[in-house]
Ligand binder design. Structure first.
Ligand code: 1GP
Length: 224
């Protein structure tokens, strides 16, 4: 696991970004670009975005949210297991199906499984995967399980679309020794980036690239 990672941008293949902005994202000094989203993600728009990012040297990661978007050519693949989904499908069955289809070509040096905890009830991913909102003790116990039961490399606190609770991020970090803590959601300023990075190993900045580009770019230097 790359524990020198500190900052990543997440680009949504279904959203527009200009060539000039993409260049600045890729040359920003971020540790990697994650390609991922919930709605309207297709193989075509994933391949378009991948080929644009590939003009630069920044590592590129595919976060797999449906089977149709899987393609070779990325440096790494993140596979989420949604811990607080009420449906086994999102924790186990899709991954099981993917292994059946692709295990002969899967390179486990490139693949990282994420224990995913979705903490914003309004996030599209929360409703799509039929999540329930965990309380603080639940989240801490999920983190503990990800490290000690499942031995996964990443625990991802996903607040997508809203800024989360830094005190909870701090408590969750206290549960983890080996597993890396990823925080994503609502980071729109240098101050927020710094606040979450105090506790999380890696912060992920997504939506603010599409709403306040200049400030989003500044989050890289804020945490490096
Ligand atoms: C989304 O965690 C990322 O999957 C980042 O969240 O889009 O709210 O920045 P935002």
């Amino acid at each position: 696991m790359k524990n020198e990672w500190k900052h990543m941008f997440k680009l949504d293949p279904a959203k527009e970004i200009s060539d000039e902005q993409l260049e600045r994202v890729c040359e920003s000094g971020t540790d990697a670009i994650i390609v991922g989203g919930t709605d309207d993600v297709t193989l075509d728009n994933v391949l378009d975005l991948l080929s644009s990012i590939r003009r630069y040297t920044v590592p590129c990661i595919l976060e797999v949210s449906n089977m149709e978007m899987i393609t070779p050519g990325f440096d790494h693949y993140f596979i989420p297991m949604v811990l607080n989904s009420t449906e086994k499908k999102w924790m186990m069955d899709i991954q099981h199906e993917a292994i059946k289809q692709y295990k002969d070509i899967m390179d486990w040096n490139e693949i990282f499984v994420e224990g995913y905890c979705i903490l914003n009830e309004s996030a599209k991913a929360f409703t799509t995967t039929n999540c329930t909102l965990p309380n603080e003790m639940d989240v801490e116990a999920y983190a503990y399980m990800v490290e000690n039961v499942f031995h996964l490399p990443i625990f991802y606190m996903e607040y997508s679309g809203t800024y989360g609770d830094p005190q909870l991020v701090e408590k969750v970090k206290g549960q983890l020794e080996e597993t890396l803590l990823f925080y994503g959601g609502g980071i729109e300023s240098v101050e927020q980036a710094k606040e979450m990075k105090q506790h999380a190993d890696v912060i992920i900045v997504g939506n603010s690239l599409y709403t306040n580009f200049e400030e989003a770019i500044r989050t890289v230097d804020a945490v490096k």
